[in-house]
Design a protein around this ligand. Sequence first.
Ligand code: 5GP
Length: 141
Amino acid sequence: AYSYDDQNIFAKILRGEMPAMKVYEDDKTFAFMDIMPRGKGHCLVIPKAPARNLLDADPADLAAVAATAQKLAGAAMKAFDADGVTVQQFNEPAGGQVVFHYHVHVIPRFEGVKMNPPGKMAETNVLEEFAEKLRTQLAAN
Ligand code: 5GP
């Protein structure tokens, strides 16, 4: 059995107990900027319902997250004039998971540009600028 800890950072973001740079929200999903981006415009999509990861998530929530990731990927391609998008998702510590609320990474990619190393905080004003670009593109779609 996989247990869900409702004190995880994304649960706190969903409850409004921790700030996040929101990009998109609907009934079932929430999307926001990753504070340690692996690339320009890196954002995260999470279900609003509690789920530790892929292994215990409700399939309907997985589908909703996939649909939101698709929206963000399309918006990112246009907003940043990206050449591609990398979508990543990690499960359990051995699988590379660090935050234990199911999430999908959406990372815009550019020809010849490698992903940034993990664990480096981005500046708030830079993240806010990218978030605004994504919001504007989503609103135009
Ligand atoms: P994963 O669990 O998929 O390996 O990684 C968790 C991701 O969440 C990392 O990319 C990390 O940068 C991001 N992250 C960790 N803490 C926070 C936070 O407090 N706010 C935001 N927006 N992202 C976070």
